[in-house]
Structure formats: structure tokens, C-alpha cells
Write a protein that binds this ligand. Sequence first.
Ligand code: VG1
Ligand code: CO
Length: 580
Amino acid sequence: FNVSRVETTPFHGQKPGTSGLRKKVKVFVQPHYLHNFVQATFNALPAENVKGATLVVSGDGRYFSKEAIQTITKMSAANGVRRVWIGQNGLLSTPAVSAVIRKRIGLDGAKATGAFILTASHNPGGPHEDFGIKYNMGNGGPAPEGITDQIFRHTTIIKEYLIAEDLPDVDITVAGVTNFTGPEGPFDVEVFDSASDYIELMMSIFDFGSIKRLLSSPNFTFCFDALHGVAGAYAKRIFVDELGAQESSLLNCTPKEDFGGGHPDPNLTYAKELVARMGLGNSETQGEPPEFGAAADGDADRNMILGKRFFVTPSDSVAIIAANAVEAIPYFFVSGLKGVARSMPTSAALDVVAKHLNLKFFEVPTGWKFFGNLMDAGLCSICGEESFGTGSDHIREKDGIWAVLAWLSILAYKNKDNLQDKLVTVEDIVRQHWATYGRHYYTRYDYENVDAGAAKELMAYLVKLQSSLSEVNEIIKGVQSDVSNVVHADEFEYKDPVDGSISSHQGIRYMFEDGSRLIFRLSGTGSEGATIRLYIEQYEKDPSKIGRLSQEALAPLVEVALKLSKMEEFTGRSAPTVIT
Ligand code: VG1
Ligand code: CO
């Protein structure tokens, strides 16, 4: 093949957000748009991560992925990359990419030093919806801010990109290696099975035998919903073929380019079918709901865990996994937990566990990239986010199927002696956890696609207000006399304990005397307007008060949050788009 240099001019707004660059497909399909971003990434990386390197290119299979894979392959060839690895049909979940970078050894002992992951995660897909791309590093984790800032800088000054226009399209539907020769020597494309490396990793972490016994117990019933995302490419192989679940326990497990027209976001609003099957929500269920249900998002790094007629908040989920890991998950048997971490808006349920178990604990900004340094430095084993993200240091991404297997392991462990009797349920485990550690009532309000100017004004107003606690408390007393006082407020700033880098403006926090918190931040993953997230949390230690309905228990704080922020005044919204 030959290398062409194509002249181009910068596009405005190619700044990677919380997790890569996400835009509407119609933006991505503009001539040169994808090319500019990919070339800017090559330009930002150290030369040895490009020249002669092995790169992974795959994603959640959403609309425009197939074209993007061919383009990135041609640009990789032209930029002197030695090999491109592609999951069959272009499919690799985000956690599987991380596993492939860390574990896979290819022909001639090749190891990958990075990956282009093609996904907009939980955002809808299709010609009128979102596409996304992000770059992961040699440790398997998302590029840190130092690199994404450089990528962005290069997008603003780009003048040309390199592409092997005459390189034939590679058939990504069949596994195999295709060899090419370019001006700088050989270039190979290897298409491989999307699931096998990941399954091997899961089998080395969990005791599949004990999970299999649980799944075969007549008292246990199971259900998994991939929401038409890439998790489907793993679910049948793991849950049915390896663990013996029934095929009928899988919902929406065929990956689709448009996720069946839905939001591939595993929460109570968007995972409608699963929610109904589990006996939650308003719809009537047919027959007895399963004992356990779970869902994943488009790229399978998020998870939702449900019991029969019972919702586990993600903040509780990571705390419960951490509290039980050393007993229930073989990966942690020998070395125990090195530490635990959560993102700032995630509830403090994990903090309480860390205290009880005397574990190192870290609070990082929103976004998985901040956990990577801690894990690389051996400071953190388990971490989580309130946004349905849970994971461990087996890879450097959150991992939806890992979380499901972690919960199945805990259930298997708690029921190991009595699989014939009435089982300990998901709900039992959560209630027992609350009784031991106290309960963090928690909810998140999302105001999606708000006018960007209005969202900025609201945040600026809150930053200003936060500097006068007496004014804040006066407003609160006028709204709700039984809510405690705000004793501290700030804009969250994080100093990475490993490399000393500082991330500022990571959300506005109002902290109350009784441990309650109100947090406001703007989303960094949307593709249209602005999304305001409001996080509301209240800690209850009194065992007689831990059984309340969450929305009821939090109602006074919610009212305070809406009045304090003048939410309706600024945004014109009387209600959030989504409540989780
Ligand atoms: C959201 C979540 C954050 C998560 C990120 C990527 O970011 O809040 O916790 O890490 O999505 O998840 P934001 O900036 O919109 O709040 V995924 O599964 O969309 O890659
Ligand atoms: Co995701």
C-alpha cells in the first residue's frame, strides 16, 4: 500500500469528555472528522506507541463502527503501526479491550500498547444518535487527562493526516490474519474471537464451579439483559455455555447497531423489560420474578444488579462486593484488598466498609481514568461509581459482567451449605449489610439536554453561593426546618496521590452536619446541550430507620437541593429527565 498525506483543517470541539469524544453520528460522518481525531491521537502519543506498535480497534458495534474500523486501520497502516487487532465483527466490550491489552499475546509474542474503543457507551446508537471514540493506554485504562489534553491540542492545530487509501477493506466477520506491505515494511490485521481472552480472565478470577451449582439449584432463578449491547457477545458464552444458565434467562443478547432503538443504559428507567420481569415498576409480571437480575450498558462496562422486586443502588453494590470479596471471590483470597476507591458523588457506603475493614480508601473525580493510577501503584483493588460502574484491578475499566459474577459469587458463598433450602436472597444480603454498616439513602436527578448557557449560570450561581454558609443555611431553614446545617461547601479538586496531577472544578459539594451531601456537576459524556446531575445522599445508622422508601426518606433534602439551586428558575424544568 501507499501512504497519502491529506490536507485538513481543525474541527471545533474535539475535546474528549469524561470518557472519550462523543458526538452525533451526523457530526462523525463529516469528511475528515474522524480522521482528524485519530491523527491527533497519533500525534499526541509517544512515537514508540505508534511506530511498530500493536493497536486494538473495536467497540460496542454501534452504527458507523464498521466504517470507522476500516478508516482507523488504514490510518494506522499509514502511520507506521505494525499490527491492528480487531475483535470479530468489530465487537469488543470496553472491559474486554482492557483485558486484551493487558493479557493477550499474539503472533511473534506481540502485545498491544493501546486501543481505539469505538463506543458512546450508554448513549443510544443509530444514524440519528451517538457515536464515540476513546483511546486506552498500555495499562489497559483510559488515557489520562495529560494525554487527552494533548490530543485535544493537536485537534486544534492539525493540518494533515496520513492514510493508506489503497489498503483493501479487511473482512472483519472472519477470524484470521491478513498481511500487507507498505513503504515502511509489513503491516498485519488480525481478527480474533471477541470473547475468549475475557472469558479466560473471568475463569481465573471467580470459582465457576460454585456459581454453576448456584445456577443449577431449583431455588435459584436468573436473568440477564444486554440491552442489545455488546455484552450479548459474552453473556451466552459465559452464563449459558460455561455456567449452565438457561437460554431463556437472556434478554436482548444479540448486539444491534441501534440497540433496538433504546437507551442501552442499565437503570430503572431504561432497562424496562428486565425491570418488569423482576417485578419492579408498575407493569404486571407474569409468574414469579427471578431471584437475581442484571443488565449491562452498550459497551458492557456498566451494570445494574436487581433482586426479586428489589433494586441494589450502585453505591451499595460496590460496598457490598468490597465487604464480601475476601470470602467469596478467589481472586482476592490470597492478597486480600489493597484498598478501595469511589468517585466523589458515589455514596459513602464504601467509606464505612473501608473503615470497618481498615482498608486504604480514596475519593476520586467522576470517570474511571482516575482509578487507574491507584491500581497501577498497588493502592486499590475494588472501586465503583454511583453511575452503575463497578470493577477491580483485574483490568483498568469498570466491568459489567465482572460485577454480575461478583454478585453471583457472593450469593453462592452465602448459600454454599443450603442450596436445597430457602436461599439467602439479594435483598437479604443488602438488608444485612445496612444493619451492620448503616444505610446511605441515595438518589440522582439528571436534567438532560438543558440549555448549555442556563446550566453554566446555575453552576456559577452555586459556586458563588457556596462561599457564604450563613446565606446557604438561611435559605435551607426557610425551606425545611428539619434538615441539618451545611457545615462545609466547596468545588471538588483532586490531587492524584501517585503522579501529583491536579483536577479542578469536579463538582460542587454541600456537606451537612449529619453526613448528608448534595452534589451538583455537569456531565461530560453528553452530545447535545448540557446535562446537570444532582446527587443526594443521607446516612442513617439507626437500625429502626433503615427500611424506609428512598424517595420518601430523601424528600426533604431533594426539596432543599431544588430551592437552593433555583433549578426550575434556571432551567425551566419542573422535573428531572431521569431519576436513578
Ligand atoms: C458518566 C458517569 C460517570 C462515568 C461516565 C462514563 O459521566 O457519571 O460516572 O464514568 O459516564 O461511563 P458524566 O460526565 O456524564 O457524569 V460510560 O459507561 O458512559 O463510559
Ligand atoms: Co459504558
